[in-house]
Each structure stands twice: as structure tokens, then as C-alpha cells.
Design a protein around this ligand. Structure first.
Ligand SMILES: Cc1cc2nc3c(=O)[nH]c(=O)nc-3n(C[C@H](O)[C@H](O)[C@H](O)COP(=O)(O)OP(=O)(O)OC[C@H]3O[C@@H](n4cnc5c(N)ncnc54)[C@H](O)[C@@H]3O)c2cc1C
Length: 415
């Protein structure tokens, strides 16, 4: 078997980044993707009124240096939205002022720093109980974390407060102007016919002689294998039994998070805004499309399984959109044409991303090593940016480096 050959399973950010790096280093690579599109959990679409929508990943942060660098390298523009991903006006809970929220965030930073390793032992709910802040701030923080992390606060390790503790105070958050899946489409174009769509992998064998993969279209052989898949898929057959038992245990230790997105066509020209419903753990926003003014859609993100049931997302967007119309009576929402995107029922995602459960810290360093012919990629394997496009990119860089040490590992991450 020619040594510099690899099969990459999955054409999301992680798989395509790994494949591109290896190809640039002279490797012969085949990427097998189950869907008829690249991008995985980054999936850009349009409403009938022309509004661009993001069914999956949407927000970019200024500290996500690998994602920003990738966009720059591929000549993909970012668009400023006129609102902050981090700043959401809470509604529905006890009254709270901006000053009280700011003081609560400062107290949260202190609490998080004091927790140290205890952040993995106790839950977000327990940590918030200890927080020196007014009740309205505590309710808002709890809803914010449950929403973003996609699980109830009692089921999340306090480590999940990091994202809130490290959030900048005032930013104009960017998105990728032509859609979050644009970098993956550009990478796939560079890789050409090495990327094979609509080829779900059904069986894999890894032996001393090499790797053989059977997809719906036939057999492929190579010397190495990169599994660039979501966590719920990697721990199942035909992939789970390829992993050494300790690695499978580490990957299985995560909880699977649940969330849905909402899209309601919007008329008029309201200001960019972001509102958090603290009773139902969702946030909704109106945002600019760079210099082109407002995108004509109100978009939303709701997290945790119980809240998705409450909002009846499996039945479409009507219950959720009616709830939004109560919270935002100032907007001209086309509630009858509201739509949702769910991910737990998507066979090639089976959830949105993962979370760390209290008292159940995964031995995730095991996910960032090479096992003979096999390496893992995928956002959940990253130590700093799991659950983000940044983490997926870093994981792809790391997988390529593990197979070919002449390629650089990801740079030290900021948060
Ligand atoms: C609703 C939602 C909102 C999000 N919001 C943000 C955000 O605002 N900002 C941000 O940075 N990140 C966000 N994310 C996270 C981001 O989308 C992911 O971290 C990133 O896209 C994951 O990339 P990946 O390559 O690790 O996995 P994926 O994109 O899931 O790629 C894995 C690929 O493997 C394929 N596959 C699965 N099974 C098989 C099989 N048997 N054979 C072949 N192929 C298979 C899948 O089809 C998929 O294309 C969000 C995610 C969701 C779901």
C-alpha cells in the first residue's frame, strides 16, 4: 500500500481541512461524504423572500483565528451584523438592568476562576446558585447557557460557563457574508473529484495491510483513515469498534446536545437586535447583512431537549413563532411561514454538538492522538473550541499533522 494515501470520512469543516492539508503535502486523498452536499453542520439556504438563512453554524468570533485565517486565505468576506452574539436582552424573568447584568458577568468571571478543576465536578445550576448576582441576572445566565450548550443546567458541567465568562462586553459580531458553508464549498472546489458526495460509509476494516472502506458506491483502499464525523456517529458502528476501548470510552463520555433553529420571514426595516426568552431558553435576532442592510428574516436558536418539546419544534415552527410574536410585538413577522431546522433527527449528525456532564470529565486528550493507521477529527475532539467551526478546523489541522508531522499542528488557541 502506497504510504501517503488516506481516506477521509466526512466532508464538513474538519474533514475538508484535513484533506486539503494532506493533498498540499503530496498525499493521495479520497473524501467520502454521505450527504449530497459538503459542509455538514454548516448549511446555508435561502427563504422564498430571498433571505439567507443558516440552518447550522452562523456566528464568528474575533478570537477564532483559524476560521478568520481560512476565510482570508479563500478570499471569503465576513459581514458585520450590527448586533452582538454575546449581548441578548433577557425577557420573561425577574427584572434586571444592564448594570446588574454587567456586575453579574464580572462576578461570574471571578467565580469561574475560583472554581478551577471543580468546574468539571459541579453543574452549571450549582455554580449559578453560588453566584453573587441579582436573581434576574442568574435567570438570564442560566437560560443563556442552557440555550447555547443545548442541555438543562443540571446536566451541564460548570465548565460550560467559560463561554459566558470570557465573552467580550461590546462587539459587532460577524457572519460569513455568503454563508457559513462557503469555506467548505471553496475547499471542496480545490479538492475536485477527490470529494465524493452521496457515499455514506457502511463498513470499514483496518488491518496491518491497510484500510478498506465500503460505501454505498463501492470499495476504497488506502494506508490511513481520518474519521471526521460527529461524536454520536463515531461511537456507533461501523466506526466505534475501530477505536481502542479507552478512546471509545473517552468519546462516549460526552452528553449529546439538542437545539433547533427558527426562521420567520420579516417585513419592514427594524434595527438589529437580540432577545433571550428566559422561560423557554431561546434567543431570536434581527441582523444586518453587512452594508446591504437588514436580512429579511428573524432567526432563532433554542436549546435543550425539554425546551424543544415545549416549543413543539418537531411539528414545525408555528408554536415557537407565536411565542416570538408575543416577545417581539414590535416586529412584522410572517408567522404563518415560519420554519425550523432540527438536528437530532438528522441521521448524519444525530444532535448539534456535545457537552461535558458534571462529574464526568472525558479523557479527551486520547481523542487527539494517532492510533496506527487511524486518526480522529471533528469539532468534539478539540480541547478549546469544541462545538464551533473553529474547533472543527483545528481538529482537521491536527489530524493532518498526526498523519504527516511535516504539516503544522494548530496554533495555541485563544478563548
Ligand atoms: C444548530 C447549530 C448551530 C451552530 N452554531 C454555530 C455557530 O454559530 N458558530 C460556530 O462556530 N459553530 C456553530 N455550530 C457548530 C458547527 O456547525 C460545527 O462545530 C462544525 O460545523 C462541525 O464540523 P465537523 O467537520 O466537525 O462536523 P460535520 O460538519 O458534522 O461534518 C461531518 C460530516 O460527516 C458526514 N457523515 C456522517 N456520517 C457519515 C457516514 N456514515 N459516511 C460518510 N459521511 C458521513 C456528515 O454528513 C457531515 O458532512 C452550530 C451547529 C449547529 C448544529
Amino acid at each position: 500500500m502506497e504510504p501517503h494515501t488516506a481516506i477521509v470520512v466526512g466532508a464538513g469543516f474538519s474533514g475538508l481541512i484535513a484533506a486539503e492539508a494532506l493533498v498540499n503535502a503530496g498525499w493521495d486523498v479520497t473524501v467520502l461524504e454521505a450527504r449530497d452536499r459538503v459542509g455538514g453542520r454548516a448549511w446555508t439556504d435561502r427563504l422564498p423572500n430571498g433571505a439567507l438563512i443558516e440552518r447550522g453554524a452562523e456566528w464568528v468570533e474575533d478570537v477564532q483565528v483559524e476560521l478568520l485565517g481560512l476565510c482570508q486565505r479563500l478570499d471569503i468576506a465576513l459581514a458585520r451584523t450590527g448586533m452582538s452574539y454575546h449581548h441578548r436582552t433577557p425577557v420573561g424573568g425577574p427584572p434586571v438592568t444592564e448594570e446588574e447584568l454587567a456586575a453579574g458577568r464580572a462576578a461570574l468571571r471571578t467565580l469561574f476562576a475560583d472554581l478551577g478543576d471543580e468546574a468539571y465536578a459541579i453543574s452549571v445550576a450549582e455554580a449559578i446558585e453560588r453566584l453573587d448576582a441579582v436573581e434576574g441576572a442568574k435567570v438570564a445566565f442560566r437560560a443563556r447557557i442552557e440555550c447555547t450548550s443545548g442541555a438543562p443546567a443540571t446536566e451541564l458541567a460548570a465548565w460550560h460557563l467559560l463561554h459566558l465568562a470570557s465573552a467580550p462586553e461590546h462587539v459587532d459580531s460577524p457572519r460569513i457574508a455568503t454563508g457559513s458553508d462557503a469555506p467548505t464549498r471553496a475547499l471542496a472546489a480545490l479538492l475536485g473529484d477527490r470529494v465524493r458526495l452521496s457515499e455514506p460509509v457502511q463498513a470499514v476494516s483496518v488491518t496491518a495491510a491497510g484500510v478498506t472502506v465500503r460505501s454505498s458506491q463501492g470499495e476504497h483502499a488506502a494506508a490511513h483513515l481520518v474519521l471526521a464525523l460527529p461524536q454520536p456517529i463515531v461511537v456507533q458502528e461501523p466506526f466505534g469498534s475501530l477505536l481502542p476501548p479507552a478512546v471509545l470510552a473517552a468519546a462516549s463520555a460526552f452528553g449529546v446536545s439538542h437545539a433547533a433553529k427558527l426562521f420567520v420571514p420579516l417585513a419592514g426595516n427594524p434595527e438589529p437586535s437580540a432577545v433571550l426568552d428566559t422561560r423557554r431558553d431561546y434567543w431570536v435576532w434581527t441582523a444586518n447583512q453587512g452594508d446591504d442592510g437588514l436580512r429579511p428574516v428573524l432567526a432563532g436558536f433554542a436549546g435543550s431537549k425539554p425546551m424543544l418539546e415545549l416549543l413543539e419544534v418537531e411539528r414545525g415552527g408555528s408554536t415557537w413563532a407565536r411565542s416570538v410574536a408575543e416577545v417581539r410585538p414590535d416586529l412584522d413577522l410572517d408567522v404563518d411561514n415560519a420554519g425550523t431546522q432540527t438536528w437530532a433527527d438528522d441521521p448524519y449528525a444525530q444532535g448539534i454538538y456535545t457537552h461535558v456532564r458534571p462529574g464526568n470529565r472525558p479523557d479527551d486528550a486520547l481523542l487527539r492522538q494517532r492510533y496506527g493507521r487511524l486518526v480522529l477529527a471533528g469539532e468534539f475532539t478539540d480541547d478549546v473550541w469544541s462545538g464551533f467551526m473553529e474547533g472543527a478546523i483545528r481538529s482537521g489541522q491536527r489530524a493532518a499533522h498526526l498523519l504527516d508531522p511535516s504539516l503544522p499542528p494548530p496554533a495555541a488557541a485563544q478563548h
